[in-house]
Design a protein around this ligand. Sequence first.
Ligand SMILES: CC(C)(COP(=O)(O)OP(=O)(O)OC[C@H]1O[C@@H](n2cnc3c(N)ncnc32)[C@H](O)[C@@H]1OP(=O)(O)O)[C@@H](O)C(=O)NCCC(=O)NCCS
Length: 158
Amino acid sequence: MKARIRPMTAEDKPAIVDIVRSVREFSPEEVAVAEELLDAHLDAPVTSGYLVLAADVNGVVTGYVCYGPAPLTEGTWDIYWVAVDPGAQGQGVGRALMAAAESSIRKSRGRLVLVETSGRPDYARTRQFYRSIGYRQTGRIADFYSPGDDKLILEKRF
Ligand SMILES: CC(C)(COP(=O)(O)OP(=O)(O)OC[C@H]1O[C@@H](n2cnc3c(N)ncnc32)[C@H](O)[C@@H]1OP(=O)(O)O)[C@@H](O)C(=O)NCCC(=O)NCCS
């Protein structure tokens, strides 16, 4: 699937929120936080610290990534959110989004990219996704999200 990766515009917001809602791994609370980050970006694209890229497939937004510089660090960046429409997953859109975010991070002289994800069985595919694009696990906080649901910290260095 050929996706054009471009900065998000205000018109993209409903489509992105729909995607986040339709991803079954995300809880309603997570959907709300994802939407807050989109609003923070749209309100102050430069100063909010949240950058958002959308994947555009023939004029239809099929995924997005939200990322930004980790406050009070030199060259460390966080990937806050990445999601692809369930109907378009497994076709290279997530990989293209992450490649574009990493390219923008490199241009801003970022050197370390961190991602947090869950150790739950239903996130196995997500973990495989990050592994396949070069992220390795650098930490695990047991029972972080809830008893039995660990937080995994993954990293990639340039
Ligand atoms: C994780 C996610 C963003 C990946 O995006 P995607 O477009 O589906 O992934 P891609 O098609 O670019 O796949 C890239 C790699 O991920 C892995 N992958 C993707 N789909 C997979 C599947 N169904 N099973 C196993 N591995 C898979 C593969 O290693 C693939 O590499 P390959 O194309 O060389 O085989 C997307 O599946 C998604 O939105 N998932 C739900 C939300 C989520 O978990 N977000 C991350 C929160 S921390």
